[in-house]
Design a protein around this ligand. Structure first.
Ligand code: C5P
Length: 238
C-alpha cells in the first residue's frame, strides 16, 4: 500500500509544526526540504522525531564523493528515514554515499526533477532529449547499481522503473495534484490515483494539501483518491 509524505515547505519551524500538529494522526511522514533545513537546521528533524513522525530529509546532495559521504553520515546521525542525492552526481558519488549510510537510512536518488520537461533536460545536458522517461529509467538503473535504495521520479516513470529494475527499488513520486488543482511549477504531474496505479511506493503531496483552505480535508481526499480507480487522464488536471 502506497504511503503519503507531506513536504514542510514552510518558512519557519513554528509554521511547519503548526501544520504537523493540525494534521495530527492523519499524517505520519514529513519531508524537510531546503527552505526549512537552511533556516532551522537539525532542530526541524528533532521536533518531528519527538512527535514520532518519520522524516524525509530532502537535501538533494550533489558534490564530490567524499563530501557527500560525510554529509550522509551526518544525516544518518540525525536518524532521518530518507535522504536525497542527485543521481547525476554519478556512480562514485552514489557508492560513497551508500557506504556511509547506516542501516536505518534509505538513500533516494533524484532522477529528473518533476519540474523539468524533455526540452529542459536537453538544454541542461547539451543533446536532444525527446522523452524524459528513458533518461529517468537509465538513472534509476545507475542508482540501483550504485547501492542506493530508492529513486525520486514522476508518477509517469514509476511503472517503467519497476519494470526495468524490479520491485526492490523504492519509488517516490512528487508532482502529485488532486483532480482539478493547478500544477504550479511542476511539469510532470499526476493524481494520487494515477501514482498508485503506476506502482509508486510513496507519494509526496505538497501544495495540494498544505495550501488548501482545509489541509486535513484535502489529505482525506488524497487518501480517498488513492483508494479509488485511476479514471483521470493527464488532461484532468488544470
Ligand atoms: O507542492 P508540491 O507538491 O509541488 O511539492 C513537491 C515537493 O517535492 C517539494 O518539496 C519539492 O522540493 C519536492 N521534489 C520535487 N521533485 C523532485 C524531488 C523533490 O518536487 N524531483
Amino acid at each position: 500500500m502506497a504511503r503519503v509524505i507531506i513536504p514542510l515547505d514552510q518558512p519557519t519551524l513554528d509554521n511547519a509544526l503548526g501544520l504537523v500538529d493540525s494534521l495530527g494522526e492523519a499524517a505520519d511522514f514529513f519531508k524537510v526540504g531546503l527552505e526549512l533545513f537552511t533556516r532551522e537546521g537539525p532542530a526541524a528533524v528533532e521536533a518531528l522525531k519527538k512527535r514520532d513522525k518519520q522524516v524525509f530529509l530532502d537535501l538533494k546532495l550533489h558534490d564530490i564523493p567524499n563530501t557527500v559521504a560525510r554529509a550522509v553520515a551526518c544525516a544518518g546521525a540525525l536518524e532521518v528515514d530518507f535522504l536525497t542525492l542527485h543521481t547525476t552526481g554519478g556512480r562514485a558519488m552514489m557508492e560513497a554515499a551508500a557506504g556511509a549510510a547506516g542501516d536505518g537510512l534509505t538513500l533516494l536518488g533524484v532522477t529528473v526533477l518533476t519540474s523539468m520537461t524533455a526540452s529542459d533536460v536537453g538544454d541542461s545536458w547539451g543533446r536532444p532529449v525527446e522523452s524524459v522517461r528513458p533518461e529517468v529509467v537509465r538513472l534509476a538503473r545507475l542508482a540501483q547499481e550504485s547501492g542506493v535504495g530508492g529513486v525520486v521520479a514522476s508518477a509517469w516513470e514509476a511503472a517503467p522503473i519497476k519494470e526495468a529494475v524490479g520491485s526492490g527499488l523504492v519509488v517516490v513520486t512528487p508532482g502529485i495534484r488532486l483532480v482539478g488543482d493547478i500544477a504550479h511549477d511542476q511539469a510532470r504531474v499526476a493524481t494520487p490515483a494515477q501514482a498508485v496505479a503506476a506502482g509508486a511506493d510513496y507519494l509526496v503531496i505538497g501544495r495540494s494539501v498544505t495550501q488548501a483552505s482545509d489541509p486535513t480535508e484535502a489529505l482525506r481526499r488524497v487518501h480517498e483518491e488513492m483508494a479509488g480507480p485511476s479514471t483521470v487522464g493527464a488532461g484532468g488536471l488544470a
